[in-house]
Design a protein around this ligand. Structure first.
Ligand SMILES: Cc1cc2nc3c(=O)[nH]c(=O)nc-3n(C[C@H](O)[C@H](O)[C@H](O)COP(=O)(O)OP(=O)(O)OC[C@H]3O[C@@H](n4cnc5c(N)ncnc54)[C@H](O)[C@@H]3O)c2cc1C
Length: 437
């Protein structure tokens, strides 16, 4: 299939949830557009995650406004159900998506408007480009990782199930939602697991009959525009696994996981950990209790009739690994044969060769509208608010960006009308969806 020499008004790169949301809002405003996806719709949910993953939020919450999941609204959709959902959504809105086409380079045209876009199927001219290529593109493994070790080392992006790892104990580095769920799964599969825990937030799965997603919504936290100072890199440890349970690190330790502090360095067979486990757990507890307090205050202020839940404030006794934290571990003696780096992701915009980045390579934008006129970003963490990289947040950012594009088109149509006989729309071929939708 070739894209040939075609001209689109707005090109959206990527058909995950961000690209589908963009398409919905562009269509609503009558903006001609094309979405190019190198793989399939919602590929990250389909093949980019471990086998047992379910959504971290309940089905009533982790969705777009226009379509419900066909599962219990309080349940947690399996990753393939999430992928199916976005495919169904794309079909429902008749999104003009072409799958199997990779965008390789975007360059601003010189002396004329728009961008030249090189793809795996030909060259496109686009007036505007929206980068919807995802918040988690390049797995990051910190430089402390031992290089010439016989240990099996993978990033959480490549973890699928316990059977893929060689027999033996596992060190999981990072205890955000991915690390903590993977550690739990490995321990339940009979592995000895060491879990390296850094700074984290750990909201209760539910409190007083409401899921934490509801609490963060009514308390305005999903709409927070910037992270609290000092908490910019704090992960959030939540899980929808096994019906959804609060992440309680002490419970994981009583279950058999050995908790350790931040992983500091490797020296031959030995790994050292920072002496910060107790402090990290204490700050996680603080965050947990602060949410309970805020929820109680909200209930009182609004006179809501929600059941009391005093047991939510009960704390398990500190397990041995918290009372006497390990500061060093001989990996061979402990039988550790693999390390899983659940240490996050970075973005990769090497294909987008425009003036929309800071000197450190970070997208330069305001609510997704970049400093290079005509270039937009969507789906990035904290693009406009805390919810921006999540299913329910990206939908609102897409609306804002589509509005901006529609407004720009009005300005351009005005000058076109004054200088040229044909309005911009007539120069744009329209596209029907092609590809494996
Ligand atoms: C383990 C994990 C669990 C998560 N769980 C939840 C959850 O429960 N609820 C929630 O709301 N969020 C969750 N998220 C966060 C977020 O919702 C997902 O990361 C989601 O996939 C982001 O959607 P996106 O469309 O922005 O990016 P992606 O889903 O990554 O989509 C980007 C698309 O762009 C395509 N692409 C990339 N580069 C190019 C190119 N050059 N040319 C053409 N196509 C390209 C990719 O193939 C991909 O399909 C989770 C994230 C992870 C990592």
């Amino acid at each position: 299939m070739t894209v040939e020499q075609i001209h689109v008004d707005t090109l959206v790169v990527g058909a995950g949830q961000a690209g589908v949301a963009m398409s919905e809002h562009l269509s609503t405003l009558g903006v001609p557009h094309l979405v190019l996806e190198r793989s399939r719709v919602a590929e990250a949910w389909r093949t980019g995650r471990w086998d047992s993953l379910v959504a971290n939020g309940p089905a009533w919450h982790d969705r777009f406004p226009g379509l419900e999941f066909s599962i219990d609204p309080d349940g947690f959709a399996a990753k393939d159900q999430v992928a199916d959902y976005f495919e169904a959504y794309a079909q429902k809105i008749n999104a003009p998506i072409r799958t199997g086409v990779e965008v390789r380079k975007v360059l601003r045209n010189s002396g004329r408007p728009g961008f030249t876009v090189e793809t795996s199927a030909g060259v496109i001219q686009a007036n505007r480009v929206v980068a919807a290529t995802g918040p988690f593109q390049r797995p990051v493994i910190p430089p402390i990782a031992p290089r010439d070790s016989a240990l099996e080392q993978i990033h959480s992006a490549d973890y699928r199930n316990p059977q893929q790892l060689p027999a033996g104990a596992v060190l999981v580095v990072g205890a955000g939602s991915s690390g903590v769920q993977i550690a739990d799964e490995l321990q339940r599969a009979g592995r000895q697991v060491y879990l390296s825990v850094g700074a984290h937030d750990r909201p209760p799965r539910s409190y007083r009959n409401r899921d934490f997603c509801w609490w963060l919504g009514v308390l305005g936290e999903w709409d927070a525009e910037i992270a609290k100072p000092g908490r910019e890199h704090v992960t959030i440890a939540v899980s929808g696994a096994r019906g959804g349970q609060t992440i309680d690190f002490r419970a994981l330790a009583h279950q058999g996981i050995t908790l350790v502090g931040l992983t500091r360095a490797f020296d031959g067979q030995r790994v050292s950990f920072q002496a910060d486990l107790v402090e990290n757990l204490a700050r996680g507890d603080e965050n947990y209790l602060a949410l309970l307090d805020a929820a109680d205050a909200y209930i009182a202020r609004n006179g809501l009739d929600l059941p009391l839940e005093p047991e939510a404030r009960r704390r398990l006794p500190d397990p041995d690994c918290v009372q006497q934290p390990l500061l060093e571990l001989d990996l061979a003696a402990a039988g550790v044969t693999s390390i899983i780096w659940a240490t996050g992701y970075a973005v990769d915009f090497t294909w987008l060769q425009v003036d929309a980045f800071t000197e450190h390579g970070k997208p330069r934008h305001q609510r997704g509208v970049s400093s290079e006129p005509g270039i937009y970003f969507i789906g990035l963490p904290w693009l406009s608010r805390r919810g921006s990289s999540f299913i329910w947040g990206v939908w609102h950012d897409a609306k804002h960006i589509a509005d901006h594009i529609a407004t720009q088109r009005k300005y351009q149509a005005y000058s076109d009308a004054a200088q040229q006989p044909a309005p911009a729309e007539n120069q744009t071929k329209t596209f029907s969806p092609v590809g494996a939708l």
